[in-house]
Design a protein around this ligand. Sequence first.
Ligand code: UGA
Ligand code: MN
Length: 318
Amino acid sequence: MRPSQPLGLLTVMKKVQVLAVLLGVVVLVVYFMLLFSGPVTTTTSTAFPVVVTSWLGEYGVEGMQSDLPTLYVITPTYRRPEQIPELTRLGQTLMHVPKLHWLVADDATSVNQQVVDYLKSIGIPFTYFLTPMPQKYSRRWFGYLPKGVANRNGAMMWLRLRATEGVMYMADDDNTYDLRIFQEIRHTKKVSMFPVGLVTHTGLSTPVLRDGRWVGWFDGWISDRVFPVDMAGFAVSIPFFLSVPEAEMPYIAGYEETGFLNNLHVTIDDIEFLADNCTKIYVWHTHTQKSKASSREILDKKYDGTNLRQLQEVMVVN
Ligand code: UGA
Ligand code: MN
């Protein structure tokens, strides 16, 4: 029998390297299997959203009559102390926009009456949906969670059944909108794009144009995204949207926009660049600082029978 040779340091190192590479491959394969397994495929349908209230606004059908294409503004929202203030800012902007239907999709399983009452109070046509985020999508990838996706897909399901003309725009509840953005997108033929201010550390997300022609993208996170744009940076015409049945937004944090536009089979030739060849900023990706949990002092019995009980009704006391 041949005595076993002691392994040289080099051979051990090689084995360790091979093992490390193998381990890396296994980790990557498992990661991508999980990432792209059932729940995050781009075509999975959410449960049908519950349409809770649909209202044509103070002026009824007449208020919606005009030659303008209808603007469908989709706003995801969720219950928190800042919710009504956010909807107040956005709602009071939208009050100035003609021929608009506001699709407010709540990430909730039961009606938030405060929201419905507020929507009615401002008098514009709206539809309120219950579109809770399905539990299976609520796992985090590297700490990120896709936000507002069930809401947007729910509102888009409604559009597929009800809308025949017009333009849709995704307006998160916490951004800041100049009225001119609604004028700009109103006549979108297929897809329109424009700059968004205050996105990530670069402070801006926009298509890059040279001599009026598209040459690339400017965004803090290009990565492997085909369309590295912000949710507030594009609008889609309803006929174009309807021409691609079943196109949805994927539940992948960071890839919601590019995934949706890819599912719509958008090409660069389909895109109109607005806001004076993308030289103006008419929408800002703002954030509201989260307020601390309230002290709950308002719940003290000593305030029973006072106005604080009514005020409590219109607040989220947590
Ligand atoms: C950014 C993008 O602008 C979003 O469009 C995108 O969905 C999100 O990142 C993401 O990558 O997931 P960001 O400002 O970071 O948005 O997120 P939020 O403003 O907190 O949420 C986006 C929208 O979803 C808001 O309208 C918010 O009300 C809604 N949302 C958020 C829910 O409906 N449920 C939640 O649990 C959280
Ligand atoms: Mn936001």
